[in-house]
Design a protein around this ligand. Structure first.
Ligand code: ADP
Length: 814
């Protein structure tokens, strides 16, 4: 037995640092610790065992070391004892022994020191270890922490063993970490105990999930608070009663299936359920329970269901909107499309697909070039798209375009479609075919141009006769010799006739345009019509020394028509023939009968019409070669009116010519009337002797009143002229006129009013009041009649008409 060492000499901790440290796997400590920590779920004792096993490994693999944990406890005499709680040699019965702390080497570990190394501790501490083998060195580190009373983790070496600093460090680490884990393990044990003791249901009640337990008879045996709240029912109404009893409606449903299958097949079943009694949606899970029953979990699914139904109504309305938009987009004749920023089509409507004769698959996802745009066109649109993307602004353009399904002028607009980041992510466009619009704009422009030209021509044409009229008047001022007088009269009446013709044409044009021409149709002889027409044109024909050939073989033919209007038609054609044929030419009128139709051709040997102008001659304001010397004066409306009048009679008119200088043929067809004309229509012949009459003239145009009064006075009538309505009424009583020529448009009191007042005067029943007006429409005539007029004459009234009327009055007077 060796000499016991004084305790101070026993402590050789300082030697640790001077001893060599053999190479050590740096991860070793970590591995050891992890091994220990892995035991955390095990009981505290097993954990402590793991720590000492690890500590022993720090000492070495062989048997020369033993490790242990000794914890301080309070001894019977209020002093501290040391109880060995774990040893690396499990066979040892030493575990559990308690010794007074002071009799143990641990008492040498000063408070606050990390490590102590003792040399041969047995010399002083006899009861130290169960083993008799002499301990050469004892390495000790404090174990446990904080409130723990603490203890030591020790490592003892038998025989020639020398601990070094590396081992000391590892042991410190192990003791520190192990101590912490030991402490928390003890706390967990405490908690577990607490849970054991506490009513488990309090915990379950905290959960936001409804939990119900059913026994094998489907009777409720447990309900947490949430279940009770969810089901809106008192626990006593449920506990001990079966599901089928409490909720009979559940029987036979998929809910019963789910519960039964969980109960019988021991599987988990999930269902979704609208629970009528509480008007709530639940996600329900039925789990098999250990005791043979089932546990049912309820999750409130109202929120989810609401989102689902919101989503589905959102989808529904999106779908509805899609249907609306699709309907619009597929029915519109405009093209609608969307492009991605990479110039490919994302959408194309039906009109656009039809234009290219492509299907949606052939179009969508493809570029301009893929679907057949010419290179220039594709490039142009790509540049425009770049611009829209760059500026974020819409762009508009117009382009003539040709594609498989059509061609024309297209007006397009590209709109930027912005993404959530504010960048242009696509371009939506619409394109409209504006060809018709453009053409009608062209037509309107053309018509407008023609109208302007027409007005210029009109001014010119009206001016033409004015010059000879003025010089005629001037001539008469200078010289009133009979020859000059005769000549001037001839010139002036010819020019006036021309002007009247022009103005008549204009009036007719306006009437035809307004559809205001009324035909007074009656069965008439075609011969009479042609006679009337020839009568008007003959002077011109004679003037120009034309040879007139009449081939009126079938002219006893009868047509149903307005004699005045039909005569106007033929005189117009004859007039043109005379006008457009050089003096001395031939004019032929030929009448033929063919299957209920009369065909009348008026041919001339004149200047002819170019083939390309033939169709144009009937157009309004059409004058072939207005600027050339072929032009003979005229407004270019005569043939247009002729054509419309013929149409109104159910007939046709065509123009033919073999070309310039080859003469022209105008051919009219008219349907024939079966019935013969009983008596030829002739204008009433004026009586040769006219009784002198008392005539009042009322016209604010002093010149017009004067000329007419002169004319009438020369014929032997007693004439009084006044220039206003009031004055005329005053004159009535004293003068007692038998005939009044009354102008309508006068300042102050107009002709209608004057007439009405005159009619209210005594002794005017026998007085004939004749309206003199520029207005000759049927409605104008109706108006004068209503005001009390007997006759309606349209200005300028020719002498013959006035004379005929006066003869009639005179005859009626007897
Ligand atoms: P205008 O007042 O100019 O004669 P019309 O409507 O009667 O108007 O005729 C239209 C045009 O048709 C004339 O300007 C003329 O160029 C052509 N035209 C009409 N009749 C004849 C014809 N018999 N021979 C040659 N050209 C004619």
């Amino acid at each position: 037995m060796a000499q016991p060492l004084p305790k101070e000499d026993m402590v050789i901790t300082s030697q640790l640092r001077s001893r060599p440290v053999p190479p050590l796997d740096p991860k070793q400590g970590q591995i050891l610790l992890e091994g220990a920590i892995a035991q955390i779920h095990k009981a505290s004792q097993e954990f402590l065992q793991a720590v000492v096993d690890a500590a022993k490994m720090v000492g070495g693999e062989d048997d020369r070391c033993i490790a242990g944990i000794s914890l301080k406890t309070s001894g019977p005499k209020q002093e501290q004892d040391l109880r060995t709680v774990a040893l690396s040699d499990p066979r040892s019965s030493f575990t559990g022994t308690e010794l007074p702390l002071l009799e143990c080497p641990s008492s040498l570990l000063p408070e606050g020191q990390e490590v102590i190394l003792l040399h041969r501790p047995q010399s002083s501490f006899v009861h130290f270890l169960p083993d008799d083998r002499p301990i050469e060195e004892l390495l000790m580190v404090p174990f446990g922490s904080g409130s723990d009373r603490g203890g030591v983790l020790w490592l003892a070496a038998y025989g020639e063993h020398r601990f070094h600093q590396g081992q000391a460090d590892l042991l410190v680490l192990l003791a520190k970490q192990g101590g912490l884990i030991h402490k928390s393990a003890r706390e967990r044990e405490y908690l577990a105990e607490l849970v054991q003791r506490t009513d488990r249901s309090t915990l379950l009640d905290q959960l936001p999930i409804g939990i119900a337990k059913l026994d094998q008879e489907y009777r409720y045996t447990y309900l947490n608070d949430q279940a009770i709240a969810s089901l809106h029912i008192r626990p006593e109404e449920l506990l001990g009663r079966s599901v089928w009893e409490v909720y009979p409606t559940v029987a036979g449903t998929f809910v019963e299936d789910a519960y039964r299958s969980a109960m019988e097949d021991r599987v988990v079943n999930s269902i979704e359920l609208y629970f009528e009694p509480v008007e709530t949606w639940f996600d329900v899970e039925a789990h098999p329970a250990e005791d043979g029953g089932i546990v049912v979990f309820f999750y409130n699914a109202d929120q989810r269901k609401r989102s689902e139904s919101e989503l589905s109504s959102l989808l529904e309305s999106a779908e509805r909107q899609r249907r609306y938009y699709t309907t619009i987009l597929t029915t519109t004749p405009d093209f609608a499309y969307i492009w991605g920023a990479d110039y490919t089509f994302l959408y194309a409507n039906k009109a656009l697909l039809d234009l290219y004769g492509l299907t949606e698959e052939e179009y969508v996802g493809h570029s301009f070039r893929d679907v057949g745009y010419p290179e220039w066109h594709a490039r142009m649109h790509e540049q425009e798209m770049d611009e829209v993307i760059r500026t974020g602004k819409p762009l508009r353009g117009k382009i003539p375009f040709q594609a498989k399904g059509g061609s024309g002028i297209y007006d397009y607009i590209f709109m930027p479609v912005f993404g959530p980041d504010g960048k242009v992510e696509a371009i939506a466009g619409t394109t409209r075919d504006v060809t018709a619009l453009e053409r009608s704009a062209e037509t309107l422009k053309e018509a407008d141009k023609r109208k302007d030209e027409f007005l210029a021509v009109l001014a010119h044409e009206l001016r033409n006769p004015l010059a000879p009229l003025r010089s005629g008047v001037d001539l008469l001022r200078e010289d009133t010799s009979p020859e000059v007088l005769q000549q001037a009269q001839d010139i002036m009446s010819r020019q006036i006739a021309h002007m009247v013709h022009l103005v008549d044409d204009l009036l007719d044009l306006s009437r035809v345009n307004r559809g205001a021409i009324e035909l007074r149709k009656a069965p008439i002889s075609l011969r009479d019509v042609l006679d009337l027409a020839l009568e008007t044109v003959r002077p011109l024909i004679q003037d120009r020394k034309h040879h007139l050939h009449l081939e009126l073989g079938g002219s006893s033919l009868t047509v149903n028509g307005d004699i005045t209007r039909l005569a106007q038609v033929f005189s117009n054609l004859l007039n043109n023939a005379a006008k457009y044929t050089e003096p001395g030419g031939d004019i032929t009128v030929r009448v033929l009968q063919q299957d209920g139709t009369a065909t009348i051709t008026i041919s001339d040997s004149g200047i002819g019409i170019d083939q390309q102008d033939l169709a144009k001659v009937f157009e309004m304001f059409a004058q072939v070669d207005r600027k050339s010397d072929r032009a003979k004066g005229g407004l270019g409306i005569g043939l247009n009116i002729v054509q419309r009048l013929v149409k109104m009679h159910g007939g046709t008119i065509t123009a033919a010519s073999e070309g310039i200088g080859k003469g022209s043929d105008f051919t009219i067809t008219l349907p024939l009337e079966e019935q013969e004309v009983s008596s030829p229509q002739t204008a009433p012949k004026a009586k040769t002797a006219i009784q002198p009459l008392r005539i009042l003239i009322v016209d604010d145009n002093v010149d017009a009143a004067f000329v007419l009064s002169m004319l009438l006075k020369r014929l032997g009538h007693e004439v009084h002229a006044t220039h206003g309505g009031e004055q005329a009424i005053e004159v009535m009583e004293g003068f007692k006129p038998e005939v009044v020529f009354l102008d309508i448009g006068m300042p102050g009191m107009d002709g209608y009013e004057v007439c009405r007042r005159m009619r209210r005067l005594p002794d005017t029943e026998g007085c004939r009041i004749v309206a003199l007006t520029g207005w000759g429409q049927e409605e104008d005539k109706a108006r004068t009649k209503e005001a009390g007029f007997d006759e309606h004459l349209v200005k300028p009234t020719d002498k013959g008409t006035i004379l005929r009327l006066l003869a009639e009055f005179s005859a009626q007077r007897g």
